[in-house]
Design a protein around this ligand. Structure first.
Ligand SMILES: [Zn+2]
Length: 173
């Protein structure tokens, strides 16, 4: 599977690596920061200092209104700008082929504010459409690995149901 993808990547490389990079996304993984303060620059700095990573581990970050942001405001990292793989999970395939979205907040302790949930649903729907990602490949971190992330108050079954409903409503317009 991975070999076939790499061969396809090599072929598409002739036409420009950007094309194969756009074609490869096959997962969306949702995370929380497990803390209620920060923005993209804040977590990038934290990851670089504490983990020695080259950038924040996620492609998109959804703000909660702290650190000079508006609740529901979406920031894109350099990882997304460069279409680089992430390193937000311990599952290699998902890091390589998955788009990582993180919400600022601790959803093990409290529910997801409406503005952040709305931003999450619209971002997922857009990425799902643009990259043809199947519904069952839209997952929370803890559906892949033994972790609390993105918290018990962020119910990914509900998120998938809402995405399916939004797609259905759009199709009927
Ligand atoms: Zn996570």
């Amino acid at each position: 599977m991975a070999a076939a993808v790499l061969i396809a990547g090599a072929l598409l490389y002739e036409g420009g690596r950007y094309l194969w990079r756009e074609k490869r996304w096959n997962w969306i993984v949702v995370h929380h920061t497990a803390s209620d303060f920060g923005n993209l620059a804040y977590f990038r700095d934290l990851h670089q200092r504490e983990k020695g990573w080259p950038d924040i581990a996620y492609h998109f970050l959804i703000n909660n209104g702290t650190a000079g942001t508006a609740a529901g405001q979406v920031e894109e990292s350099n990882l997304w700008h460069d279409r680089d793989g992430g390193y937000s999970t311990k599952v290699h395939e998902v890091n390589q082929f998955g788009i990582a979205i993180v919400l600022v907040g601790n959803f093990e302790k409290h529910s997801v504010p409406d503005q952040q949930m709305e931003a999450l649903l619209h971002l997922i729907l857009r990425l799902k459409r643009e990259h043809g990602i199947p519904l069952d490949h839209i997952v929370g971190h803890r559906e892949l690995w033994a972790t609390a992330c993105p918290g018990k108050h962020l119910n990914m079954s509900e998120v998938r149901a809402k995405i399916a409903e939004m797609e259905k409503n759009d199709a009927h317009r």
